[in-house]
Ligand binder design. Sequence first.
Ligand code: GRF
Length: 201
Amino acid sequence: MNLAVFASGRGSNFSAIVKAIKQRKIKAKLQILVCDQPQAPVIKRAQASGVQVVLVRRQDFSSRLDFEAAVTQRLKYYEIDLIILAGFMRLLSPDFVKRYRNRVINIHPSLLPAFKGASAIKDALNAGVDFTGVTVHFIDEEVDHGPVILQQKIKISPKDTLASLEKRIHILEHKLYPQAINLVINGKRKPFSQGSKTPSL
Ligand code: GRF
């Protein structure tokens, strides 16, 4: 089973996945990191772990279609079976989603469907809710939406600051993402049928 991680930023989830593979907690090969930001810290993490970096900058392509065609070409070349989004700050087109249906998973720092979007941790804190958490899900055409693979709650304490809550969310993410990846790899979590056959990559 060949994996690709897509990330645009810090890469702490990337490192958690690399660690889980090394410890044989995930039995798969991490073939590539796909990154769209040349300065992203995740690139250094990949280089340090010996993971091939595929840098694809959106501005080097005249359209999203061409950008995604370049990504697809690399996915085929490296025979990728499962795409793991880990802070990839670019929306994938409906065509891409359709092509890789049931083969792309995402992690989001809230209990979806609550608090979609890029500031989910802050939004949960500001909303004054008692609980937030982490969701791992298959993606579909809607942003931060699709069949849930794993979800875990975290209690928000009145003493929590954004920094303290972020820290606890990230610790949970690093535990939950490898578990969810394993469930998918072992065929223990499959998305509900959406009437479409999974295309082979
Ligand atoms: C994580 O909080 C994840 O839930 C969200 O993006 C963040 C990525 O963090 N999708 P990192 O780059 O893995 O540290």
